[in-house]
Design a protein around this ligand. Sequence first.
Ligand code: NAD
Length: 494
Amino acid sequence: MARIPHVIAGEKVTDAERTQPVYNPATGEEQHELSIASVQTVEQAIAAANAALPKWRATSLTKRADVFFNLRQLLKQRTPELAAIVTSEHGKVLSDAAGEIARGLENVEFAAGLMHLLKGERDEQVSTGVDVHSVKQPVGVVAAITPFNFPVMVPLWMIASAIACGNTVVLKPSERDPSASVFIADLFREAGLPDGVLNVVHGDKVAVDTLLDSPTVKAISFVGSTPIARYIYERAAANGKRVQALGGAKNHMMVLPDADIDMAADAAVSAAYGSAGERCMAVSVVVAVGEVGDTLVPAIESRMKQLRIGDGTDPASEMGPLITREAVDRVASYVAGAAAEGGTVVVDGREQSFDGDGFFIGVSLIDHVKTDSKVYRDEIFGPVLAVVRVDSYEEGLEIINSHQFGNGTAIFTRDGGAARQFEFDVEAGMVGINVPIPVPVGSFSFGGWKDSLFGDSHIYGPESIHFYTRSKVITTRWPNPDQSKVDLGFPSNS
Ligand code: NAD
């Protein structure tokens, strides 16, 4: 069985002491062995990143931009290969894997514009004969810690901007689908990135804690579940690092009585069950206002019957397996408990059977869900859609705003005034108006509110340039004998 290596200073290295299997979720088979990094291995990666830093931050902006232009071409050319890697370890269908790569490409394209993004500011004559300008300099070694559900896009959310800003990186991808990160590191190298600028280490808490505690690592970008995000934020901040830690979600889609029912039903099914619900922007709750639930729920149910679930490599499949057997059991337990919590199980995904040992489960729809139930409160992260019935917009809004998470949300309506009010009122970082998964395009930034993000910077886009740079402000005066004198007062403008 092939062992997936770390990438340190351009070399492929493995740890022999601890390994972990990587599965193909569609078959349930172990397909690779993963090296799990020791403290020493992570320290080597940090040292490699630190050694590469002086040269990389001194590399001209044009040469840095070249890497991203080259990378864009390579990623486009190699998309089918990379998508196949994603599908074999994550399980999502090939077209969805290619979609994830296309969204990640937006971050590469954004980074290619670094000449513009890194521009400083200048003010002349702030005082007589005195000018001020500012520059943006890299923070240093950056650690990027990523989840399993987007093994290409989420690493690119972080590493594209971090590297463009002149930092060097240690990437710690999810141990469940790690091969995509090694492939990306190879493509960066082929695109002209010097060795050591991007290092990849695989591992678990040992690797993560080493990154969080290293005085050499200056910034931490994390995406994953909320309990780990909170932990990362607290530990990294206590160590004096800047940190952005994006957590879990429970995304609500409010449907008003005037909505286009077919459009809303199509959107709910696509956004709830795409990628088997393993998206941080998946819709997991429909808030049906007034009578709309009576037509919307049957419309969703009829669409669910058409869904084809199977191996992601089969072009006929629209939804693949979950990531692990434990994830299947977890999702099943929520569906099993839903009726006792007061919900009406309209479609029970546990009833669908699948050949083989893959980590499959069917899609579930639960109506009349109570807001104090676990099905409503918890992030299930699987193909389960809850419907909460409410009498009014105000009641629906109150429910959404009271939830622990505030990642994305959407409203479906034909009423522009209602949509505008929702945009104004709702407590979430990303809002869709008749758009169910409002992941911002790469020229904006991505981030949730409440327990969906710890830290004050959103990820990728303009906020990432702020996060990955330190600003330096320079005040300049050139010799002028007429103005030179001894003055012990605090410098003031004149
Ligand atoms: P996870 O929190 O289990 O793992 C994320 C990363 O943290 C992995 O690299 C993992 O190795 C590491 N990790 C796990 N346990 C750790 C520990 N005890 N100490 C230190 N590090 C640890 O998340 P996951 O299951 O890989 O991904 C799914 C979660 O990610 C969901 O909650 C989903 O909502 C969230 N997510 C959020 C966003 C967002 O943008 N907000 C995007 C994608 C995924």
